[in-house]
Write a protein that binds this ligand. Structure first.
Ligand code: FPP
Length: 240
C-alpha cells in the first residue's frame, strides 16, 4: 500500500490572513484588502464546492479583532452583508449550505440579520457546508463548552466526545475536525482558531496574501495534503 494519504480532505479550514498587507503594498487603505478578500472567498468557495469538499470553514472575524480601529471593525462587520447580498443566489445554485460558529449574538443587528438570512435561505442545500467563523475564538468556545457542561452537572464522566459535542463546531459533525488547515500570508501560527479540532490537522502555510489566493492555490494545498502521511500519533496504517 502507498505511504501516502491519497484521500481528499473532507474538511478544509482557512485562516484568511494578509488583507491589510496586500492593501498597504498597493498604497491602498487596509479595507481595500478586505474588500478584495471577498473575491478570494468567492473563488475558494466555488473551487472547494466543485471538487467535492464537504466542509469549508473560513476564519472571518476573531474575538480579538474587536481591538482594531473602530472604522476597520465597522467595515469588517459590513463584509458579511456585502458577501451574502451578492452571493446567496450563487451559493444556492452551487447547493452550498451556510452555517456559522462563534458568538453571532454580539455582532451588530444588521450583520446578524444578513447572516441569519443566508443560513435560512441555504438550509435545505445538501452540497458543501460553508462555515463562517464570526466573532469566534477557540479559547472562548472551549470556555463556553466547559461552562455548559459544568452547569448540566452530568452524572457520567466527561469524555472527549462530551467536550466535542459542546463546541460550536458540533454543527459540522461528522466532519468537525479539519483534515487540512491553511493559513495565507506567511504567518506560522493558529491565532486561536479551532484549537481542539485541529489536534491532528495537517497544516499548510502559503506566503501569498489572502486577496491573491486562487482556486489553483487551493488545489495545490489539497495535493500537498494528499501526499502527506497521517499517523495520529501512531505508526502508519494506511488510509486517511
Ligand atoms: C486578516 O487580514 C483578515 C481579516 C481579519 C478579515 C478576513 C475577512 C474576509 C476576507 C472576508 C470575510 C467574508 C465574510 C463573508 C464574512 P489582516 O487584516 O489581519 O491582514 P494583515 O495581517 O496584513 O494586517
Amino acid at each position: 500500500m502507498s505511504k501516502h494519504t491519497k484521500k481528499m480532505p473532507d474538511h478544509i479550514a482557512i485562516i484568511m490572513d494578509g488583507n491589510g498587507r496586500w492593501a498597504n503594498k498597493r498604497f491602498l487603505p487596509r479595507v481595500a484588502g478586505h474588500k478584495e478578500g471577498l473575491n478570494a472567498v468567492e473563488r475558494t468557495v466555488q473551487t472547494a464546492s466543485a471538487i467535492g469538499i464537504k466542509v469549508l470553514t473560513l476564519y472571518a472575524f476573531s474575538t480579538e479583532n474587536w481591538s482594531r480601529p473602530s472604522d476597520e471593525v465597522h467595515f469588517l462587520m459590513k463584509l458579511p452583508i456585502d458577501f451574502f447580498n451578492r452571493f446567496v443566489p450563487q451559493l444556492i445554485e452551487q447547493n452550498v449550505r451556510v452555517v456559522t460558529i462563534g458568538t453571532i449574538e454580539d455582532l451588530p443587528q444588521a450583520t446578524q440579520n444578513s447572516v441569519n438570512r443566508a443560513v435560512e435561505l441555504t438550509k435545505e442545500c445538501t452540497g458543501m457546508t460553508l462555515c463562517f467563523a464570526l466573532n469566534y475564538g477557540a479559547q472562548d468556545d472551549l470556555l463556553r463548552a466547559f461552562q455548559t457542561i459544568q452547569s448540566k452537572e452530568l452524572s457520567e464522566p466527561i469524555t472527549k466526545e462530551t467536550i466535542a459535542a459542546h463546541l460550536s463546531t458540533h454543527v459540522l459533525a461528522p466532519f468537525q475536525a479539519p483534515d487540512l488547515l491553511i493559513r495565507t500570508s506567511g504567518e506560522i501560527r493558529l491565532s486561536n482558531f479551532l484549537l481542539w479540532e485541529s489536534a491532528y490537522s495537517e497544516l499548510y502555510f502559503i506566503e501569498k496574501a489572502w486577496p491573491d489566493f486562487t482556486g489553483d492555490d487551493l488545489k495545490q494545498a489539497i495535493n500537498h495534503y494528499m501526499h502527506r502521511e497521517r499517523r495520529y500519533g501512531g505508526l502508519f496504517k494506511g488510509g486517511k
